[in-house]
Design a protein around this ligand. Structure first.
Ligand code: R2B
Ligand code: URA
Length: 250
């Protein structure tokens, strides 16, 4: 899973090329989603689905993907979120493998209001899968750290360049340093909910997000289109290595 429809389409084509020795069909992957809200491609054993920006769309889509996999009687399922993020103290382009996903208060759970009551769901991730992914990362720029999940891109991530901002550069840096000291290495917008939904479903999950910038140094993503493209393909490349390794061992 990843945020954008085009990135997931790209991923479906990419993984088709990577898995060509395992696939019978080399037709262009087709979007099988009947909704215009998200796209869904099946390439051999890989289901590639986008989840939009933030938790609300992610939750809806994950319910639907879990139901689909249940009715398809899918076995030994693993979930990956391959996305982008703002890094903390890391060279832009680093793929952060999330140790624990935390919410904006640095708590390791997501909250969902169900029938008027706030319910908390733990957002720890599968340690074995994390290690297996790390074992595939030779020669790739990677780091392991906690990921903070924010509810928005601007004030929720302490940016100074949104439409509104009622705090200073000093306040921002103090906050980012505090979360860095607590072990956070990147910030994005879905991790905590993605992790807790996978926990509830009892499926191992990993989160691999490339950092587009170092938030301790600025707020604007200043990459060339070519760099952007290269960076965005780094999590897919790492996941592809893992999938190929798993298939080779079968
Ligand atoms: C990373 O990038 C998106 C915001 O630009 C959001 O979906 C996320 O988690
Ligand atoms: N996605 C985010 O949510 N934050 C960033 O800084 C970059 C990408």
């Amino acid at each position: 899973m990843g945020g954008s429809t085009t990135r997931i389409k790209h991923f479906a084509k990419f993984i088709q090329g990577e898995l060509k020795d395992h696939l019978k069909d080399d037709n262009e992957p087709l979007n099988m989603s009947k909704s215009d809200r998200y796209v869904l491609y099946k390439v051999g054993p890989v289901l590639a689905v986008n989840h939009g920006i933030g938790t609300p769309s992610l939750v809806v889509i994950m319910h639907e993907v879990f139901k689909l996999l249940h009715y398809a009687d899918a076995k030994d399922v693993k979930f990956f979120r391959i996305g982008t993020s703002g890094g903390l103290g890391l060279e832009p382009g680093t793929v952060v493998i999330t140790r624990t996903a935390v919410n904006s208060l640095l708590e390791p759970f997501s909250e969902q209001v169900i029938l008027g009551k706030v319910q908390k769901f733990p957002s720890n991730l599968d340690e074995k899968l994390q290690k297996q992914v790390m074992d595939c990362s030779d020669g790739l720029l990677t780091a392991v750290g906690d990921t903070m999940c924010a509810h928005d891109f601007y004030e929720g991530q302490g940016r100074l360049d949104g439409a509104f901002c009622d705090y200073t550069l000093e306040d921002k840096l103090k906050f980012l340093q505090k979360i860095y000291d607590a072990g956070v290495r990147n910030i994005e917008m879905e991790s905590v909910c993605f992790a807790s939904m996978c926990n509830r479903a009892g499926v191992p999950a990993a989160i691999l997000c490339v950092t587009l910038l170092d938030r301790l140094k600025g707020d604007q993503v200043e990459l060339t289109p070519k760099q952007h493209e290269d960076f965005q393909m780094r999590p897919p490349r790492l996941v592809a290595r893992f999938i190929k390794k798993m298939l080779a061992e079968q």
